[in-house]
Design a binder for this molecule. Structure first.
Ligand code: ZN
Length: 352
């Protein structure tokens, strides 16, 4: 039996390498991809920390691209040897939630997220892709594997943050937290025609990168109150606020910093506590016409093709976020780095 190297969650809080069989028969609708590039995500750190409970030898990782290695007999539109990107979210496009248009909620709430959740992930020399015809996106010539890997989650999630924010042309946007997802919200807000993009963080290198991606102003929340500063810049608050952290403080700030009728777009992962509190008065005692939207990374081939077109035409270069590179044999160090957030890390790229 052919075996491959994988990087797994051995149990809560424990990671390591593990040899597993190369997935042999993908099944008629599915595919096996040989991995070429992957990215470590803060979600991988959350998973190992217990975000989805105990797992036994589960292969980690959900951001990867590669080459089609084996293909189910019913899959059309791609062939063995094609370079493909696979979104972190791989919906079935058959269940009632998918048919209703909520493909990230495939089968059940958050159920579109299958890699490193309900099945082995992509930190492996090969990985299995369900419903391949809908989930394998050929990578255009001129788009590197590295750039395409960013489309799988950072771009798809970050861009969703701005898309859900209902930004009026020429309107004002504040993005709270400038990690890789927040940075991609900044880039997308600019593409969607925002007239003023404000980024909030405290790490100078991230604020600098936000300006490169199109932020007009960055606010360091350690030296100024971001809500006051946003009101000073806009008068009565922004049209749209994007929550890209997953914290009570930033969520509250988003509600406070948004003007009446504005939209709060949540893309952060809220990993703590039983409730998220809404500041009552800034919510207009329930009558402010403010909208709070949530979402999980939109998946699927169509989404990936559009994101990669933006890379191909030079609208956005996500590779500016690659701060570190590791061979797959050292993915454990990349994972460590993503946990500690040391050494100015934004994204560590894994090369196979
Ligand atoms: Zn991710």
């Amino acid at each position: 039996m052919e075996t491959m190297k994988t990087f797994v969650m051995k149990s809560l809080g424990k990671v390591g390498f593990s040899d597993k069989p190369v997935p042999a028969d993908p099944g008629p609708n599915d595919a096996i991809v040989r991995t070429t590039r992957a990215l470590v995500c803060t979600s991988d750190v959350h998973t190992v920390g217990g975000a989805i409970g105990e797992r036994d030898n589960l292969t980690l990782g959900h951001e990867a691209v590669g080459v089609v290695h084996r293909l189910g007999s019913a899959v059309e539109g791609v062939k063995i040897g094609d370079r493909v990107a696979v979104n972190a979210i791989t919906p079935c496009y058959k269940c009632s939630n998918c048919l209703r248009g909520f493909t990230s909620q495939c089968s059940e709430m958050l159920g579109g997220w299958k890699f490193a959740n309900i099945k082995d992930g992509v930190f492996a020399e090969y990985f299995h892709v369900n419903d391949a015809q809908a989930n394998l996106a050929p990578i255009p010539n001129g788009v590197s594997d590295e750039a395409a890997a960013y489309a799988t989650d950072m771009m798809s999630t970050g861009f969703m943050g701005a898309e859900h924010a209902d930004i009026p042309l020429g309107g004002t946007v504040a993005v709270f937290a400038l990690g890789p997802v927040g940075l991609m919200s900044v880039a997308c807000a600019r593409l969607l025609g925002a007239g003023l993009v404000i980024g909030v963080d405290c790490v100078p290198a991230r604020m600098e990168l936000a300006r490169r991606y199109g932020a007009d102003v960055t606010i360091n929340f350690k030296s100024a109150d971001p809500v006051e500063e946003i009101r000073r810049l806009t008068g009565d608050g922004v049209d749209s606020a994007i929550e890209a952290l997953g914290g009570q403080t930033t969520f509250e700030a988003c509600v406070k910093a948004t003007r009446p009728g504005g939209t709060i777009s949540v893309i952060g992962y809220f990993g703590q506590g039983d409730y998220v509190n809404i500041p009552r008065l800034d919510w207009g005692v329930g009558m402010s016409d403010k909208t709070i939207r949530t979402g999980l990374c939109p998946g699927g081939r169509e989404r990936m093709e559009r994101l990669m077109r933006l890379i191909a035409t030079g609208r956005v270069d996500p590779t500016l976020m690659t701060t570190h590179r590791f061979p797959f044999s050292r993915v454990d160090e990349a994972f460590e780095l993503m946990s500690s957030k040391d050494d100015g890390v934004i994204k560590p790229l894994i090369e196979f």
